[in-house]
Design a protein around this ligand. Sequence first.
Ligand code: NAD
Ligand code: DAU
Length: 334
Amino acid sequence: MSKLLVTGGAGFIGSNFIHYWFKEHPDDQITNLDALTYAGNLDNLKEIAANSNYTFVKGDICNPEIVDELVEAADIIVHFAAESHVDRSILGPEAFVETNVKGTFVLLEAARKHNKRFHHVSTDEVFGALPLDSEEKFTEKTLYEPHSPYSASKAGSDHLVRAYHTTFDLPITITNCSNNFGPYQHPEKFIPRMITNLIDGDKVKIYGDGKYVRDWLYVTDHCRAIDAVLQKGKIGETYLIGGMTDDVNNLAVAQILLEYMNLGEDKIEYVKDRPGHDRRYAVDWRKINKNLDWEPQHTFAQWLQKTVDWYRANESWWRPLKAESEKMYKQSGQ
Ligand code: NAD
Ligand code: DAU
């Protein structure tokens, strides 16, 4: 039996991870430390909130007192908590430096003091952008070249985690994953924003020319990959995690969605591009496949449809979040 300290467990991936973990490891204990920012939502966890092996602590990862006590009591720290949205990092970068860099530092200091296993959940965005129409993919050897305040702050956190291993011998692992989709994703993000706009009779908003490529992965596959790393990963190593979509651009994702929702292309609206917009991400996940026997199990088209069905069935979940995020987009002109 293990005791996990999950940070950011009330967010999109963290809450999916907690549900996944209790299904796969029902005897383990989880403490979820989350500050409940605009992105944190305890509704994501209401089915397990009363479980005797689950504890929620509302708190900031930048607070050393809260963090120290919780880290001491845990066997493993699984660190999801972050400011995660690129567009918000352009409007207000400070919170990204604070949570993503300082918060990670505070957790690392506690992990070092108590010598705890530390798993850092990171992103493929730290590698910057790949050219369109190339075969090139990110690998564990790709140099860091982040472009947004979000990806730069995540890159800073990755470097700190690796430094704590090299310098202090802290038992760490890092995963850098591509774009996730699935239930409980905030309606500010591309796929849920499109779905909820269309449910409301509005148009999908496509930034720039729409020929931006992301490597989509269903969220449960990300959780399975983190599980594989926690169980079998080599200490000190980084593993890249990616999906099965081969160069599907944003416009094509919108078209697949419109077809499933029986709507036409008149529902597409081109809006102002994101400053510094990364052209293409693609992840080579052969290392985790070969060494830890992981591969994605959920096909994009089928699970995109299931995701649409989830948002249709859970309007009361996303409705209160949508007005605030659309206000944010009004500010950025998108
Ligand atoms: P999210 O924005 O949905 O959730 C973030 C959670 O962290 C929220 O519950 C929020 O309340 C909490 N949080 C924020 N600041 C905090 C603080 N100072 N102290 C404690 N809690 C705080 O994010 P997500 O999409 O679930 O991403 C989770 C992690 O996965 C992030 O580290 C992100 O960089 C990484 N990641 C995300 C994706 C993706 O596609 N969403 C892909 C790869 C990696
Ligand atoms: O690659 C992993 C990253 O994926 C994670 O680290 C981030 O936390 C996560 O937010 C995500 O970042 P992106 O910037 O790629 O995701 P987002 O959903 O914001 O946008 C996906 C693409 O869609 C991107 O090219 C911008 C575009 N877009 C986005 C929105 C919200 C649009 O064209 N229209 C939109 O309305």
